[in-house]
Design a protein around this ligand. Structure first.
Ligand code: SAH
Ligand code: SF4
Length: 468
């Protein structure tokens, strides 16, 4: 989502003459777009700000224009005031819901720098100056999406599209409901229009984004009833030229019948789903306020596999949530063994300020967390490697997305999200090619074009005839 937001910031700034540069030292404006989900991510911001201060000072010694340093995203939202105090090199702090106001905020920084002092407290209601920096961590009533330009800085065959933001679920470990705010769905008509523009600009694959993307309930283009994600996917799958659809991140409670049916009916909806479960212990799931148990999750997966037998699953896990015992952790390993994941992300529990779990007594010692993480990851790695090994010898449709490290090499994605490296001419970029998988590593596959290049390009309607 931050990748998408950063591209949108680029879109907002383009009319002002800003364009991306290769190195921050050459930039008039540097924006750090930050993540607050775990402590490690948040702390990174301050070390990055230290490096930027040196670049800014080096620049100030030359004759060039001053460098403006801005911090965006969820760390800005959560720690704005504190950040301006702790890192005085920061000129501007703004949250994830106010980046459409960037032109106005930058003008305010410039006025403040010019020394007329009128930067303070003008414009947006919650915008204010603290110390010497400008801050806007408002949750505006009007959606930023109503103010973003129609242009898109996203390049390449595979792009993101935000359709839903924020969260009302309040899992006890999570900062998202506080930093991104209440759940909000963009109207379906707006999403369709943005998807059509992205496809016209060359996108072949769109990944729909949301913190709780399957809680989507957007205003309909016509009629009364809101659209769920299943309905939206059906409509998007009709866009000519769009070959692949994906969505992330889903909550198990929001996998409704219509969405599960879409997985069975829509060839363009890729057979891969990121469905975080966090833990396999019912006691821990309850303490996390996930509002489902491990068997509910197993049943959702069963229904998905009935609708789409070749669907590959991925998940997020937290180890060492307060109160997690060896027995609870064993339940997580059991769930992983039962389900079988093609990919997964796993994290040590990180106590976050302002969240209910952060102050629980029964925090798990760091060493125990580390041990559990290592054993979970070795199980997940083995599953991932097994899935990759099973791909060897198969022919699969691969969307060729970018140049590889070696010249003459392209990298693409299988329907199951595996990265596939192969030798192929550059002009095939953006095409879906039939690729025979010849070798598998832990994190990627190697393949060969399965036919002569010209014959290997699948018209997208027939892509899934090659369904693995
Ligand atoms: N909305 C998604 C998750 C968004 S956050 C869902 O409900 O599943 C992305 C992932 O970060 C989570 O799935 C979780 O595994 C991890 N995460 C969130 N807060 C965390 C914390 N305090 N400590 C460790 N991991 C955390
Ligand atoms: Fe965080 Fe996801 Fe839970 Fe919402 S549903 S509180 S985003 S983990």
């Amino acid at each position: 989502m931050n990748v998408y937001d950063s591209a949108r910031m680029t879109d907002v700034l383009a009319p002002l003459g800003y364009a991306p540069v290769a190195h921050p030292g050459a930039a008039d404006l540097v924006i750090l777009n930050t993540c607050h989900i775990r402590e490690k991510a948040a702390e990174k911001v301050y070390s990055e700000l230290g490096r930027l201060r040196e670049l800014r000072d080096a620049r100030a010694r030359g004759d060039g224009p001053a460098m403006t340093i801005a911090v965006a995203g969820c760390v800005a939202q959560a720690e704005g005031q504190e950040m301006l105090r702790r890192a005085p090199q920061v000129d501007l702090v703004f949250g994830p819901q106010t980046y459409h106001r960037l032109p106005e905020l930058i003008a305010r920084v410039e006025r403040a720098r010019a020394g007329d002092g009128s930067g303070a407290g003008k414009g947006g209601a919650a915008a204010n100056r603290s110390g010497s920096g400008v801050m806007d961590t408002d949750f505006p009533v009007e959606s930023k999406f109503d103010h973003l330009p129609e242009t898109s800085a996203q390049h390449g065959p595979s792009v993101f599209l935000s359709i839903q933001e924020g969260c009302d679920k309040f899992c006890t470990f999570c900062v998202v409901p506080y930093t991104r705010g209440a759940e909000f769905s963009r109207p379906a008509g707006e999403v369709i229009a943005e998807a059509e523009r992205l496809v016209a600009a060359g996108a072949r694959e769109i990944t729909l984004l949301g913190q709780n993307v399957n809680a989507y309930h957007g205003a309909p283009p016509d009629g009364e009833a809101t659209w769920g994600l299943g309905r939206l996917l059906r409509r998007l799958a009709e866009i000519e030229g769009l070959a692949r659809l994906r969505y992330t991140t889903s909550h198990p409670r929001d996998m409704d019948d219509e969405l599960i049916a879409a997985h069975g009916d829509l060839d363009r909806l890729m057979p891969y789903l990121h469905l975080p479960v966090q833990s396999g212990s019912d006691k821990i799931l309850a303490a996390m306020n996930r509002r489902h148990n491990a068997d509910d999750y197993r049943r959702v997966v069963e229904r998905l596999r009935r609708a789409r037998p070749d669907i590959a699953l991925s998940s997020d896990f937290i180890v060492g949530f307060p109160g997690e015992t060896d027995l609870d952790f064993a339940e997580t390993l059991r769930l992983v063994t039962d389900i079988g994941y093609a990919q997964a992300y796993s994290f040590k529990y990180s106590a976050r300020p302002g969240t209910p779990a952060g102050t629980l007594e029964a925090q798990v010692p760091e060493a125990v967390k580390a041990e559990r993480l290592a054993s979970l990851q070795s199980l997940l790695d083995a599953q991932q490697e097994g899935v990759n090994q099973d791909s060897v010898g198969k022919v699969m449709p691969v969307l060729l997305e970018r140049p590889g490290r070696r010249s003459g090499q392209l990298v693409g994605r299988s329907p199951h999200m595996q990265a596939v490296h192969l030798d192929a001419p550059a002009h095939l970029m953006g095409q879906i090619a039939k690729v025979r998988i010849v070798a598998a590593g832990p994190n990627s596959l190697s393949g060969r074009l399965a036919a002569e290049p010209a014959g290997s390009i699948l018209p997208m309607a027939t892509e899934m005839e090659a369904r693995p």
